[in-house]
Design a protein around this ligand. Sequence first.
Ligand SMILES: [Zn+2]
Ligand SMILES: [Zn+2]
Length: 346
Amino acid sequence: MKALVLKAINHLVYEDVPTPRPKEGEVLLKIKASGICGSDIARVFTKGTYSFPTIPGHEFAGQIVEVGRGVNDKLIGKKAAVLPLLPCKKCDMCEIGEYASCRNYNYFGSRCDGGFAEYLVVPVWNLVMCEGELSYEEMAMAEPAAVSLHALSKVGVELGNSIAIFGAGAIGLMLAEFAKAWGAGKVILLDIDERKLAFAKEMGYKFAINNASANWQEEIMAITNGKGTDIAIEGAGVASALGGCLNVVKPQGKVVLMGNPIGDMNLPQHDYWEVLRKQLTVVGTWNSSYTQKKNDWQIALDTVASGKMDVKKFITHKYKLENGNEAFEMVRDRKEFSNRVMFIME
Ligand SMILES: [Zn+2]
Ligand SMILES: [Zn+2]
């Protein structure tokens, strides 16, 4: 099969590799759509994967074409999205179903081979199916959708709640869509990239504010009648956005820390005081829930299938796998505005 193989930092090669075979409890997935996450850009160009060579990619969906021993062959032909987390299922966190907090996990696309390939062997446990009619591209958006849904469910949204979201990329915008679907009132998106703000406005978000501008905080105060927002989400991974969240959220408000930090997240004394004086609830979020009780993936796909959320509009670019380097360089160099860039395999 063909795959994009990361052999070293900044050395991604499109080449032939052996097609894997499913073992007991596994299926062979013919990958049909595979999205490039912001974290993949860092992996390919600066951070690397945990070992080399590795096939990156953790946001993908495909068709089940073969099953291993003990797996119902009725699955053959079915469409599936894939939870990229491979928990140990032995540690204390796994025992209580908190797989995202597993102490010894594996992960498609960073710790082991992932979705920038024609095929991948996947345990049945990791398959997420959908009753409704969804395209492979929509199903490949399940991962960022589940991550944003999980972040939002850390605080919950009450009818009419105002929310400020720092970072208007794919996850920030999807989080905004879920917030609206759950009855949020004013949804305010913040970013320092004017193109992202323009994209948010095109999607119908009239409060899309550049938080590098002079009076962005006053703007938020005006929008919320001088009260501040009920909820603030740090989705940019920079200290200024964290400080921004603490400053614009109202007393007793809730702040969710979600963005991968690009460096140290130092706080000025004044911002730290905001946490104390306003008695804020500040919570972290990571990955997604995947249990019988609460499965963010199923909720995300069902929300899309029900028509309450259109994830297709996030997909701004499609590439063939063979043009992998071109796609990665386009995103890295911001040659064009992009939201989700996806590889489509026939
Ligand atoms: Zn991702
Ligand atoms: Zn575990």
